[in-house]
Write a protein that binds this ligand. Structure first.
Ligand code: GLU
Length: 464
């Protein structure tokens, strides 16, 4: 069975890089009928793990991604780690190191001066004498002293890390007894039964150390997938300065979760040149072995394009439902279909769609002066009034084409061009020269509201 996990350090929110590796882990587990677990790496007690977990769960809920089983908190597993530290000490695979900070520092300085890699020289590795007084020891693991540590990575291939270049007997427990990062990660992944670790390649250099821990404890080493970072368009690591990195900020900005997930799945993975992936397609097609081995670039236009795509293609009933949290309640409006058909084609985000709906449904409180001046050139107001008379005498107008016929009849009678009625109507109904097709606007508003808006405009222009 494939078991994957997402193991965020609690930063208070879920960032989009994290959501991407979580998505990859989720898809890979679900595709294989496996498990997707969640672990909060909250050993830094200054941070509030409960809030962080909530933020992550909220984001998972928003995108419709569920983890399996209980959430694991590293802060609650200290006893487990202590037990393994003791086991390694008993087995002679770890040892107490009494080197003072000052001594270690001076060794490092000397190594640097000799252009050597700073490393712990193994002073207490086989120490049998009497420990120096007054020093609380740290615990170091016996790492291999030569050869290579091989990481079989599903994305980067096999990488041999020469021990001489990057390993020493690293600390697994500090002087106060607290276990260190790479030690607990390896233990947790092993005890959780994680088979496939999918994470950012900023962790690649930790992997050899974690493998040392796996080996010392006789745990099976999982398969690793180190995913290249998401960069900003300038090729630098994505940061807060590049816009929102908090996943939930995308909700606030009016991005649909399906658009964001589609965007993220493609950032670093592809299937031919396909751009649009439904959840089902992601589940069928995603394979971490096909993740690109190069960093991807955050492309705002692509995200906007995908978002517009998902808004445009969403059934109106669903779209109306999703608009509610944005303060748009179309329930009970008899023209829902018409309104959304008219506007969703143009919306970039849900926030934008709300603005478009408001523009349409809320009568203009001000009129764009320049547009009004342009629209009212010559005898346009008379044309508008003639249209008004015709409209007031009409019944049973439903479709945009019904209103269009009325507009044609008006200009036909007066022998003027279409602009003479189109432009003043547009300003009267929408307050500006922009907006959707004016016959469709009238079909949405209906006869009464259209008349009311025309009357307000006629009254306004009379005083200008
Ligand atoms: N806690 C680490 C992070 O948030 C991830 C550790 C891992 O995936 O192994 O970057």
């Amino acid at each position: 069975m494939i078991v994957t996990r997402f193991a965020p350090s609690p930063t208070g929110y879920l960032h989009i890089g994290g959501l991407r590796t979580a998505l990859y882990s989720y898809l890979w587990a679900r595709k294989n009928g496996g498990k997707f677990l969640l672990r909060i790496e909250d050993t830094d007690e200054a941070r509030n793990s409960v809030e962080a977990a909530q933020a992550i769960i909220e984001a998972f809920k928003w995108v419709g991604m569920e983890h399996d089983g209980e959430i694991l908190y590293q802060s609650r597993r200290r006893e487990i780690y202590t037990r393994y530290i003791e086991q390694l000490l008993e087995e002679g695979k770890a040892y107490r190191c009494y080197m003072s900070k000052e001594e270690l520092e001076s060794i490092r300085e000397a190594q640097k001066a000799a252009k050597e890699r700073p490393r712990y020289p193994g002073t207490y590795r086989d120490f049998t004498g009497t420990p120096p007084a007054g020093i609380e020891p740290v615990i170091r693991i016996k790492a291999p002293t030569e050869g290579h540590i091989r990481v079989d990575d599903g994305i980067k291939g096999s990488i041999d890390f020469p021990v001489a270049d990057m390993l020493d007997d690293f600390i697994i427990a500090r002087a106060d007894g607290s276990p260190t990062y790479n030690f607990v990660v390896a233990i947790d992944d092993a005890l959780m039964g994680v088979t496939d670790v999918i994470r950012g390649d900023d962790h690649l250099s930790n992997t050899p150390k974690q493998i040392v821990v796996y080996n010392a404890l006789g745990f099976k080493v999982p398969k690793f997938f180190h995913v290249a970072m998401i960069n900003n368009p300038e090729g630098k690591k994505l940061s807060k300065r590049d816009g929102a990195t908090d996943v939930m900020a995308y909700d606030t900005m009016g991005y649909l979760p399906e658009a964001l997930l589609n965007f993220l799945v493609r950032l670093g993975w592809s299937h031919g040149d396909q751009e649009i992936f439904s959840r089902e397609e992601m589940l069928t097609l995603f394979d971490p072995n096909h993740i690109n081995n190069s960093s991807s670039s955050f492309n705002q236009e692509k995200l906007d394009w995908l978002n517009a795509h998902y808004i445009k293609n969403m059934p109106n009933v669903e779209l109306a439902h999703r608009l509610v949290p944005f303060g748009v309640d179309l329930k009970g409006h008899d023209k829902i279909e018409m309104i959304l058909d008219l506007l969703k084609e143009r919306a970039k985000t849900m926030v934008h769609l709300k603005a478009l709906i408001d523009e349409l449904l809320i009568a203009p409180r001000v009129y764009d002066e320049t547009a009004a001046q342009k629209a009212l050139k010559g005898d346009a107001i008379e044309v508008l009034k003639a249209f008004r008379t015709r409209l007031a005498a009409s019944t049973a107008l439903h479709l945009p084409s019904d209103y269009h016929v009325l507009m044609e009849a008006t200009i036909g009678e007066l022998g003027v061009g279409f602009g003479k009625i189109g432009m003043p109507l547009r300003v009267a109904l929408l307050g500006a020269m922009t907006g959707p097709a004016i016959d469709a606007v009238m079909a949405v508003l209906g006869i009464e509201s259209t008349l009311a808006r025309i009357d307000s405009f006629i009254a306004w222009q009379a005083t200008h």
